[in-house]
Write a protein that binds this ligand. Structure first.
Ligand code: MN
Length: 241
């Protein structure tokens, strides 16, 4: 299996299209997870890639059952509901609740995808010191944080200091080609996290106020005249490759 190109793995996978949309942000093993059902057009909850008690004693079986079967399922259902409601809005033309359902989609979408990442980046403990063995990852951790020990301290401090319910995230920042530690206090406020941005409009007042004043809708409408769709298509293809 490991000699297959990622594209081939995706073709083999029933849930492949759900993974395609993530632009390579998930690793190969997630390509076999059924995150999305192409027939029902709905997101699905994949089973855990290990037994509920596999992470004992560090994470207990009951916590894993509740977390996966109840909490994660709630995100999947919430995401599907939000998408259905947005579909209804497009059909009826009634966008009076678009703010609410956009927030719901972001909240549940981020929750679904971050939990997939969470499950996938854990494994039963082995004896001895658990640290990365991959040469490139080790080099990147050292380059970005000084040492693995520094990364561990930084990540632990940042994750511990996240206010309320949130996440600590190790991320790759491609412009500076560095690894960064992020705190997500409210994952819905920022992004679905594993979505790849393709096109963006600045709707801060500074972007339109001199010409449009309070009429942001008019600005957005007119902005459609200046979109570089060729660039968007390039971004789309890059995200899927
Ligand atoms: Mn959770």
């Amino acid at each position: 299996m490991s000699s297959l190109h990622r594209r081939d793995l995706l073709k083999l996978s029933a849930g492949g299209l759900g993974v395609l949309a993530t632009g390579g942000l998930f690793n190969r093993s997630v390509a076999s997870w059924k995150l999305y059902n192409n027939e029902t057009k709905a997101y699905e909850l994949p089973p855990l890639p290990y037994a509920y008690d596999a992470l004992e004693p560090h994470i207990d079986e009951q916590t894993m059952r509740l977390h996966h079967d109840i909490h994660h399922l709630g995100y999947v259902n919430g995401l599907n509901t939000a998408l259905a409601k947005l579909d209804e809005a497009r059909t009826s033309g009634d966008y009076s609740l678009v703010k609410h359902w956009s927030r719901e989609m972001a909240f549940h979408g981020a929750g679904h995808l971050l939990h997939v990442l969470f499950w996938n980046t854990m494994a039963p403990a082995t004896s001895g010191d658990n640290r990365p063995t991959d040469t490139d990852l080790n080099a990147a951790l050292t380059e970005s944080f000084g040492s693995f020990e520094n990364f561990k301290k930084h990540f632990t401090a940042a994750s511990s200091a996240v206010e309320g319910s949130g996440w600590g995230i190790l991320a790759y920042e491609p412009i500076g080609n560095r690894l960064v530690v992020l705190q997500a206090e409210k994952h819905q406020d920022l992004t679905q996290w594993t979505s790849v941005p393709l096109l963006a409009i600045d709707v801060w007042e500074h972007a339109y106020y001199l010409k449009y004043q309070n009429k942001r809708g008019e600005y957005v409408n007119n902005w459609f005249n200046v979109i570089n769709w060729g660039a968007v298509a390039e971004n789309y293809n890059a995200a899927r490759s």
